[in-house]
Design a protein around this ligand. Sequence first.
Ligand code: B3K
Ligand code: ZN
Length: 877
Amino acid sequence: PQAIHLKDYAPPPYLIDTVDLAFDLGEDVTRVRSRLAIRANPDAASPAGALVLDGQDMRLVSVALDGRTLDPSEYSVGPESLTIPGPPEAFSLEVVTELKPQENTSLSGLYRTSGNFCTQCEAEGFRKITYFLDRPDVMARYRTTITADALKYPVMLSNGNLVASSKMEGDGRHTVTWEDPFAKPSYLFALVAGVLVHVEDSYVTRSGRTVTLRIYVEPGNQDKCGHAMASLKKSMAWDEEVFGLEYDLDIFMIVAVGDFNMGAMENKGLNVFNTKYVLAKPETATDTDFLGVEAVVAHEYFHNWTGNRVTCRDWFQLSLKEGLTVFRDQEFSSDMHSRPVKRIADVQRLRAAQFPEDSGPMAHPVRPDSYIEINNFYTTTVYEKGAEVVRMIHTLLGADGFRKGMDLYFERHDGQAVTCDDFVAAMEDAAGKDLGQFRRWYSQAGTPELAVTGEYDAAARTYRLTVRQSCPPTPGQPTKLPFHIPLALGLLDPSGADIPLRLAGEPGPAGTSRVLDVTGPEQVFEFVDVPRQPVPSLLRGFSAPVKLRAPYTDDDLTFLMAHDGDAFNRWEAGQTLATRLLLDLVADRAENRPLELSPGFIDAFSRILKDPDLDPAFAAQALTLPSEGYLGQQMPVIDVDGIHEVRTFARRAIAGRLRDDLLATYRAMGGNEPFSIDAAAIGRRALKNLALGYLMALEDAEAVELCVGQFHNAQAMTDVIAALGLLADTRLPQRESALRRFYDLWKDEPLVVDKWFSIQAMSERPETLDEVAALLAHPAFEIRNPNKVYALIGGFAGGNPVRFHDAGGGGYRFLADQVLALNRLNPQVASRMVKMFARWRKYDPRRQSLMRAELERIVATPGLSRDVFEIASKSLE
Ligand code: B3K
Ligand code: ZN
């Protein structure tokens, strides 16, 4: 397979102005007639020449140019293209193709799910429907006619507005026509047909237009759409208020389907969603699910402006729409709930997934330079780091400057396909701030490291902060130039209060929290009028996606935990301290020294637990120890077993010392108030279940009784799952009965069954691998369904480090077997699974060689997809 490079970008030789599609949906064959108005691109680099359309996995039936059917000698068909040599300057092209959606297991292009028809075109699925210039800088207006059996497919949807529909004909078939007035790239095309019911609502935009809102689901799921609908309306109002952006069609539709590779897709006017991000009611969905629904509904809705109205010139610019839209959905969720709690969750996610990616074999810039398979680049770097980059622009420009930049971006580029650079230029021009050096965040991969030291001069009353930055090498980028890093900070006096900040040379203090522009490899910032030795609070709110190194003492960290005015940094101080203590214990264990957890640390935990003024959601985050994955990242060679054992030891030590407080917290948060999904209620459930988790680390009779009682009596899935997850880690007799009961209760709810699979896959018990392997044969498991694969196989390989990395290598063999099975069915899902091997070099020699052997076995397998080949081969490089 060949790599595609950003430097080779050239404008398309032809443009397509209009697309007229006619689908004839059949059980055996689906026929697609496409009529394109094509003309040579006046802005192309060279004369137009041959027209090469993308297309694959279809049967070409006929080609007609300006109404004349072409003889097969007048065109040529390759496995991935249709070429027409020397067409006129402007012409119409009619192409008929035949497809078999029922055989399409890749879930890209047109496929079937629960008997319905559905499409997924991003990134390159449209070419599996018809021949086309399947690239985002070709924007056309679409008209789509669908004909199908009226009983089997009563609902037939596409983008835009419904402009015609005919009643059932004598043959039992009916027809509809949809028209989308906005030009769009082919990746935003969508079609859905089948037996669906909908819930409907409406929204009046602030300019007074009424928009019909519909959520389509399979019959029986109408009662789980309320939260998605409420989230949609909130998103619409938020985008008007914060960015002045209104919806632009008369109807907005969401369709939920059970078979979907990702979370959701922002097709113009017709979003298609994984059921996981639509369906939610308290009995079936956890709080995490509810928050996920809200965030993903918002994300896809926000794409209507950031992605659809202004789209990407090419796929290297993917973060233009994804980083920006993730930033927007994060801000939305912050405004709906608690800002610090949301920020902590987002940073945890960045550290858990993006930091490892950025220091491994798949590290790539937010705007990659090359790819073999674009679907492999829907990464946490493009999404989450991309959002951090947008957030830094927001920090540097301020909210008003950022808003001006957004306004200018839309003023300049509405209806266009543009680049990340165009976005930065709009920000720069609107706010009058030079972002020249800042652009390196788009081109250089790797997580920068910021080493900060401080020196207090009591006589001169100055505090000198020395900041050094560096960035480790990444594939293809051995050396890096300095980044422009916004460093938000404050200085705390010994009472814990913020000191007014004045840099040498400044007339007066400028607030107590401010942002320094770090641009050089080493810089000194001198603060004056500092009355006493301060403790610096650095990188407040995680103002840049970097690794901070600062020589804090344990006492400094405990002090910051208690006093920092920045809530994020209060949490961060506790995490830094816990990480340090746990890693010391891992070293103790390796040296056969006895394990002991610092009493001072447990005291700090106890103060958090007993602080009546703390937001319970924040307390739950602050009382959660760093994950095994995060601890592993801090070690040169990951000690899988040591980390697991030490973390378990620490949890027991904390629980043993704080048992009574934990019980009190459990009871205080338990309350019997009716279910609510507001931030306060979510926070109370989080803290309650955190307390239960610690108590279950002791596994004493009282804890078990609470846990089993909660499992049986709780109404909300959050509480049921928390209890079941804890039981699943034990050898208690109640374990099997709970798992059995849960399955019997919920076997008809696929999304709940997914939870049942993942809980078993993540159990730390030694028999987990055998159980997971046996579950592959369970009647509810379906390897063709991505959610099932993510729950069982992904849950095991990604969510269970101690069992997946078992030194026997059985976990590795299991994953490689599944990757190869999936490779034939669904390359995108297979590729997500093979990524779990990417960090093999971080382990000890024995595990390294076991993982490498599996990667080599995969690479040597004939018929490998581009998707899996790219990840596996780059992992071995
Ligand atoms: N844009 C889609 C992702 C498409 C992934 C294609 N492999 C969902 C989103 O980011 O909103
Ligand atoms: Zn997106």
